[in-house]
Design a protein around this ligand. Sequence first.
Ligand code: SF4
Length: 144
Amino acid sequence: MFQVSFYWAEAEARSLPDPMLVPVGRLRLAMAGTERPTPRCDALLGDVGVGVACSLYERRPSPCRDFTASWARGVAEDGCDRARLRHGLVPLSLADWEGVEPDEPDSPERPDGPEPGPDPGPGPDGPGGPEPQRPRDPKVPNVA
Ligand code: SF4
């Protein structure tokens, strides 16, 4: 499962647009497209393996923020590696980050609400979580 789901209040707190959301259960929403059998978040722009960007990057929900691309913080990330392999892409290496400015760590704050319950699968766009969400950079092909 690749569903990117989160507590409903987060969508409001982050001003996520309604057309980009689908209900999943009573208290949770998911990013539209990630609930489909062949998931692809509707907020994702571009072509996987060529260059992609999140159209809601500044407002992306917590599962996306919790996902870390391999070597972005100095270690390999299994979820990232598996997501890339699913799309026929080799795992990122430390060399892929050469010359890329590190992101500021995201705030751990979440909008008020219950702790997320177990999801059918980890975060955005992938068994293993969301795709790496970085600004478009041909050296670091994103997957989603
Ligand atoms: S980070 Fe990926 S999964 Fe999350 S909103 Fe953006 S495109 Fe969708």
